[in-house]
Design a protein around this ligand. Structure first.
Ligand SMILES: [Zn+2]
Length: 278
């Protein structure tokens, strides 16, 4: 029987700063009185803007796929607009595919005759507006168009007559801070083969975060929106022993920006904490 043992969890925490305005789309307007054309997503209870973990995770995955030049072979939606992603088709391909191992593959896909377990390594939590943070309080006091957000007018210009069609996009203003950011990366021993590949591939999570800083989150990225920075990033490791009550939390990096992190140094510390190369 296939078996799976958790060897530990790498926990990446920090903050996300909106370097430019942020537009992560919500449900189409119309229900709210005075609803605008392109609203952002808000927490259903507090009505505060937030960054869904799925938005961060999806973007990190697609940027890594491009980095590695992975096949875009799976249709998520066949009708317009067509949406395709990468997902390994065979166990042989999966065995060497960091992206599918880190981000997971669809369970129970009937096209596959897969026999081995395929756990997802990385989970990314939703990131709320930072509570009590000076940036949040500033935003709360500011006379923005809507609570915590600005409405940015843009126009589509007819190329011949120059007639303009104005439309409104809701954005979280630059300078907003979201926290706590939390990414959890699990190391697994599958069928007694150890977790060395998981330790080696952890570096790709940080690569994806750096790629994301140089890209954008949400919509209108090509028009300036969505640039973010990860700040106060802290990386810790909790081993299997820790969860059994006999180990301590291992501090790998503390309060750094992405460019200051040194993930190449983590591997050895993690290997020692999980007991050699097991
Ligand atoms: Zn793959």
């Amino acid at each position: 029987m296939p078996n799976i043992t958790l060897k530990g969890k790498v926990i990446i925490t920090g903050e996300i700063e909106a370097v430019t305005g942020l537009h992560i789309g919500g449900a189409a307007a119309g229900l709210d009185i005075g609803g605008i054309d392109n609203p952002i997503i808000r927490h259903p209870v507090t009505r505060e803007p937030y960054i869904p973990g799925s938005s961060l995770r999806g973007k990190m995955r697609s940027l890594l796929d491009r980095h590695f030049g992975n096949d875009v072979n799976k249709f998520i939606q066949r009708r317009e607009p067509v949406v395709r992603v990468h997902e390994c088709e065979t166990e042989d391909a999966y065995a060497t595919c960091a992206v599918c191992q880190i981000f997971g593959v669809t369970p129970g896909d009937q096209r596959r005759q897969w026999t081995q377990l395929k756990p997802t390594r990385l989970l990314v939590r939703d990131v709320m507006l930072a509570k009590g943070h000076e940036a949040t309080e500033r935003l709360r006091r500011a006379k923005t168009d809507l609570p915590f957000t600005e409405v940015k007018w843009e126009a589509v210009i007819d190329r011949i007559t120059s007639a303009a069609v104005p439309r409104q996009n809701e954005r979280v203003p630059a300078g907003a801070v979201f926290a706590p950011l939390e990414l959890v990366y699990s190391l697994y021993d599958l069928n007694g083969t150890g977790c060395q590949a998981d330790i080696d591939w952890l570096q790709h999570v940080f690569k994806a975060m750096e790629l994301l800083e140089d890209d954008y989150v949400g919509g209108y990225g090509s028009r300036g929106a969505g640039k973010i920075a990860f700040t106060n990033v802290t990386v810790t490791f909790k081993s299997h022993d820790y969860y059994q009550g006999t180990g301590t939390v291992l501090m790998l990096d503390q309060n750094r920006k992405i460019g200051e992190l040194q993930p190449s140094r983590y591997a050895q510390s993690i290997q020692q904490a999980v007991g050699g190369t097991q």
